[in-house]
Design a protein around this ligand. Sequence first.
Ligand SMILES: *Cc1c(COP(=O)(O)O)cnc(C)c1O
Length: 381
Amino acid sequence: MRRSPNFARLAARGVRSLEPYVPGKPVEELQRELGIGNAIKLASNENPLGPSAQALAAMRAALTDTGLYPDGSGFQLRHALAERLGASAEQITLGNGSNDLLVLLAEAFLTPRTEAVYSDYGFLIYRLATQATGATSRVAPALGADSAQPYGHDLDAMRALIGRHTRLVFIANPNNPTGTWLETGPLRRFLEAVPRTVIVVLDEAYCEYVEGIDYPSGVEWIKTYPNLVVTRTFSKIHALAGLRIGYAVSHPQVAELLNRVRQPFNVNSLGQAAALAALRDEEHLRRSRALNRQGLRQLRDGLAALGLRTIPSVGNFVLVDLAQPAAPVYERLLRSGVIVRPVANYGLPQHLRITVGTGEMNARLLTALAAALAGQTRADR
Ligand SMILES: *Cc1c(COP(=O)(O)O)cnc(C)c1O
């Protein structure tokens, strides 16, 4: 047999330094590895209510046609989204999750000679999508741990990194994993100051959850700032993460460029059918938002009662500072059947990100965390 070559040396340069994304641990994997049944997952910002009943019904109805290719143009869903958003269908690009759109934007606009700007503690996919193209990442320092938005985006610092070679700027509002946000005034001033030849990607994966702040609607700003691209997803509040469906709203010419690089059938037929139904189920959205509002409060209060500092969040998750290494606590939580998200890969080795669950799930997390901080697991007690 031939000796295998050093494949890594053959790989594209951007790929050589790439570290794969580490997702939240699936419940099944915990069952397999530790034999723990009845585990709960608060690790991937999934909606604990699951999909809307109408979305489920639409999927069932669409099952019979899965032998056929999906509508590659996503006609119905794009038109429904356009109507809802007050945009035109030509402005909408569908993606295999909004992750797909972030990658497509990078593929369409980045080369090894260009740069992308994003923030420290910004969503990890920005780094991966940028690196894979061989482009240079310019990472802006985040706001300080003691600021009103700890570890949040510092727009002035980001602006200072924009230069001649910058093609893309990635902004998450609110950001994951921090939960921090940007209000209308500062974001608007930022867009005003960015050269129109720099594409600003505004990632609004959690926008439907946001309440109680002066939260800008990025989509409405595209008329004024044609270099603005807004990405959104059906994975989070719509609870269709398993189907992989998201969208971008942009200037039609940007959409046309994305259309060149996307796979012709990047969004499957079940996803399209479910998303269309989910979009119409306002009641499910309201219930999800209400549950999250209660859960955020429950977690915030419960964590504070444990003497822990949380970062203010307008998403469906909270970042909590354990003031000690988080890895052993994470492991103990696993043994208690509670999966949360370590964020050491974000440079936050003492924090955990916890998704808001149902009241019962949140209570179980708080009990397990109290024990884990005391060095115990369910098995010890
Ligand atoms: C979850 C998430 C996404 C992407 O989710 P998809 O499932 O790919 O749509 C994008 N941005 C942020 C900030 C997220 O947290």
